[in-house]
Design a protein around this ligand. Structure first.
Ligand SMILES: O=c1ccn([C@H]2C[C@H](O)[C@@H](CO)O2)c(=O)[nH]1
Ligand SMILES: [Zn+2]
Length: 158
């Protein structure tokens, strides 16, 4: 793996990719259009936009769309994520997206942008202190999550 340090990658390119994806946001209910982009440690980019739904709760954030696109293309190692909305405020990822991102590492840089492309940047570990993880011993298997047979939950007595 090349493990491109994030500082070697132009942050503007990451943010511009997120901004371009925002143009494809499907947000007829909130009108709040969001774009995201995630950078792999080998330097590949995946983008996402928010996709809303008439049932509201099925809405998916731009960040998770980007993460899921990347992971479904075989990516697991991430350097940075950018998120941008059409707002003067910095767009910060929701708790669900922080947790989903944390599945793939705590050292990921998160660029939270305003409409002008200005940003604040923090490590995911700062955005999600004490986030939930399964320890090896919780899974009852050697390698931790993903490396062994799936444990099926016991049915609950009613
Ligand atoms: O970081 C965020 C915050 C909100 N949204 C979306 C969800 C919903 O479609 C709309 C309003 O919350 O913005 C994102 O995609 N990312
Ligand atoms: Zn979210």
């Amino acid at each position: 793996m090349i493990d491109l340090p994030v500082m070697q990658f132009p942050v503007e390119k990451l943010i511009n990719t997120a901004r371009a994806s925002r143009e494809r946001a499907y947000a007829p209910y909130s009108g709040f259009r969001v774009g995201a982009a995630i950078l792999t440690r080998e330097g590949r980019l995946y983008s996402g936009c928010n996709i809303e739904n008439a049932s509201y709760s099925l809405t998916v954030c731009a960040e998770r769309v980007a993460i899921y696109k990347a992971v479904s293309n075989g990516e697991r190692q991430f350097a940075a994520l950018a998120v941008i909305a059409d707002s003067d405020d910095y767009c910060t990822p929701c708790g669900a997206c922080r947790q989903v991102l944390a599945e793939f590492g705590r050292e990921i840089k998160v660029y939270m942008c305003n409409r002008h492309g200005e940003y604040i940047v923090k490590d995911l570990s700062e955005l999600l202190p004490l986030g939930f993880t399964l320890k090896k011993q919780d899974m009852g298997i050697e390698g931790g999550p993903g490396s062994g047979p799936v444990r099926v939950a016991e049915p609950v007595d009613r």
